[in-house]
Design a protein around this ligand. Structure first.
Ligand code: NDP
Length: 612
């Protein structure tokens, strides 16, 4: 049992948070545009010239990551043939297409993180699969469900406009396409727009630099499968940022560089990873029909405080939940109150974070460096990290932690990085500075849908996102937004939210086809009721305003859009999945208006069935 002084810890957390609070919140970051555009270029695949499209499809899916892939797969299963995925990358994979930095791997168990495992028959090679395997799995889904046939890669949607006369969307892209789609689904991802820290002088640096989501193996040598980055052996490299990405790529860089400086503003909490190869015998015994759905439901249940007999995934995420639950179970009867439970949650968090700090001391040999690597905030204030080599990297003489005591890097010069008044000369800067989260949803989508009556989504959402199920927006017929917010909000396993959304859309379109409906739209009343329900809940316990700043809490300065982030079904993810299952199965799709009697293209396609 680890001993700690709760009051002293609380004071330390408050003091550390105060150091990091800044009035500019999300505005501190640089949007990558104009002369910084080169940070967005695709280093992985060349752009292949092609003819522009001016045709019509039944469903256009914007985004070829997991959201687009699972939706496309379910639609194909439902018999809808002409599905077109539009993807800004050169292939499917979304985040796994872009994030090919060395050491990339999933942080949630592969068995629930990788979608459609049963359907594809793929057996993850490790408990936490590495990036190349996940990217290949994305391609596998694309191949198996025929999603390559009509896909447009290296293509960014620039405009989406509802054509009221013809009940369809006009889709325009940066490749000159202007085609129409009866239905559009968007799966643009929560973390796909890279951002740079707002540090002056970024443009002046004369060495090499790139963002982690555009890893330049031509410069570093090696590749995403783990081949050593031999071109770095005589290079001095700076990594700016110590979030989940840096935690994964720092060990690889530390092994490769002549000198590695890790610039830290806030340390991550880094717990045990405990990765291991999949035992084929265990897998065969375990993988009886329906296994992945059972695992998904089990994970969600453990995460949302239900009491399943078994914790199938047994990973860092479920460990957090199990601890909280056991603390609550230990409460005397008179403390079974909301306050008592919050206290139990807090105690479990203090304990866990103390363990994580003790782990730093046990691994990092230099006591001063160890001190600086300790995280002083509640675990769910920032994205928890899990790794068995990150902390060890700081034992290598070539790796140096440059802790900025919450202040961050001061500036970039022609030759290096300045922090704490000292210039560190480097050959290369790697920006592990993350992705836009708190900015407007429409800015992150990269286009601003124009719905019925010429209303822009950005205007409709000027006071924050409004939806039913996070998916349907009044005034935007035949548009389905596939993402986690305002639905289950299970952010520790995003793909679960997406696969459920894919099922929902396939069932709705099947119903529309059967009913001969050309338009599907959520009623204003249903949207208002949903928002009222969401707002009646306590909101997310992640990144509350008393947390140290980060993207979970709008960098400590909640904005309209920052507040959107993480608001979900008030009764938890499991309750949401059960609710939405019932809603779909009822066949009435309460709150949606199905309009139009005409014999639609969709109807002609004789939709056969849709798996529930
Ligand atoms: P993050 O936003 O988590 O991290 C950005 C880092 O940059 C932070 O450490 C931040 O410090 C630092 N930073 C920003 N400005 C400055 C500055 N001026 N000076 C110094 N440091 C600065 O981005 P990541 O790419 O690491 O992760 C984003 C998300 O992507 C994760 O939270 C996770 O959801 C997802 N991800 C998932 C993975 C997986 O599942 N396998 C792996 C990697 C990422 P500060 O903390 O002080 O703001």
């Amino acid at each position: 049992m680890i001993e700690f002084d709760k009051e002293a810890l609380k004071q330390r957390y408050t003091a550390e948070r105060a150091k990091r609070l800044r009035p500019d919140g999300n505005d501190q970051y640089l949007q990558i545009e104009g002369h910084l555009d080169h940070y967005l270029e695709d280093p992985y695949m060349p752009v292949v010239p092609r003819e522009s499209k001016t045709d019509h499809v039944t469903v256009a899916i914007i985004g070829g990551g997991f959201a687009g892939l699972v939706t496309g797969a379910r639609l194909k299963e439902a018999g809808i043939a002409d599905v077109r995925i539009i993807e800004k990358g050169g292939d499917f994979g979304g985040t796994w297409y872009w994030n090919r930095y060395p050491g990339a791997q999933c942080d949630t168990t592969s068995f629930i993180y990788m979608p459609l495992l049963e359907e594809t028959g793929h057996v993850p090679s490790e408990k936490y699969a590495h990036g190349p395997e996940i990217l290949e799995h994305s391609r596998r889904i694309g191949r198996q469900f025929g999603l390559y046939e009509n896909a447009l890669f290296h293509t960014r949607v620039t405009a989406l406009e509802w054509d009221e006369q013809r009940s369809r969307w006009t889709v325009r892209t940066d490749r000159g396409d202007a085609f129409t789609a009866q239905f559009v689904t968007t799966g643009t991802g929560p973390l796909h727009v890279p951002k740079l820290p707002g540090i002056s002088g970024i443009e002046s640096f004369r060495g090499h630099s790139f963002h982690t989501s555009r890893w330049d193996y031509a410069y570093t040598g090696g590749d995403s499968t783990g081949a050593p980055m031999e071109k770095l052996k005589d290079k001095r490299v700076a990594v700016i940022g110590t979030g989940a990405t840096a935690v994964q790529c720092v060990p690889e860089l530390a092994r490769a560089c002549a000198k590695l400086y890790v610039f830290q503003r806030t340390p991550s909490s880094v717990d045990v990873r405990d990765n291991r190869p999949t035992d084929p015998e265990w897998f065969t015994d375990m993988a009886t029909p329906g296994w992945q759905q059972r695992w998904l439901e089990n994970f969600a249940a453990v995460q949302t405080g239900m009491l399943p007999e078994e914790d199938l995934t047994r990973d860092g995420w479920t460990d957090i939940a199990r601890r909280v639950r056991s603390k609550i179970m230990m409460l005397p009867a008179e403390e079974w109150t909301p306050e008592g439970m919050l206290r139990a949650f807090e105690d479990s968090d203090f304990e866990k974070m103390e363990e994580i700090r003790v782990r730093v001391d046990a691994i990092v040999r230099d006591p001063a460096t160890a001190q600086k690597l300790k995280a002083w905030y509640r675990q769910l204030c920032k994205r928890p990290c899990f790794h068995d080599e990150y902390l060890q990297s700081f034992n290598l003489p070539s790796t140096e932690l440059v802790d900025t005591d919450g202040k961050g890097v001061e500036r970039i010069t022609e030759t290096g990085v300045v922090a704490n008044g000292v210039e560190y000369e480097v050959d290369c800067i790697v920006y592990a500075s993350g992705f836009e989260v708190g900015t407007a949803h429409t800015r992150r989508m990269g286009f601003d849908p124009v719905g019925r009556g010429g209303v822009r989504l950005s205007d409709y959402w000027a006071e924050g996102m409004r939806t039913k199920h996070g998916m349907f927006v009044h005034g935007f017929p035949n548009l389905f937004i596939v993402q986690v917010q305002q639905g289950a909000n299970l952010i520790s396993n995003v793909p679960h939210n997406l696969t459920e959304a894919g099922k929902t859309i396939a069932m709705i379109l099947t119903h529309a086809a059967d009913a001969g409906a050309t338009e599907i739209e959520v009623t204003k009343r249903a949207e208002d009721d949903w928002m009222e329900l969401l707002n009646s809940g306590p909101g997310s316990f992640l990144g509350t305003t008393d947390c140290t700043p980060g993207y979970y809490n709008g960098e400590g300065q909640p904005t309209v859009h920052g507040r959107d982030f993480l608001r979900g079904f008030p009764f938890g993810a499991t309750a949401y999945f059960q609710y939405v299952d019932g809603w779909r199965r009822s066949g009435t799709f309460d709150g949606l208006d199905f309009r139009g009697e005409r014999d639609t293209e969709l109807r002609r396609r004789s939709v056969v069935s849709c798996r529930a």
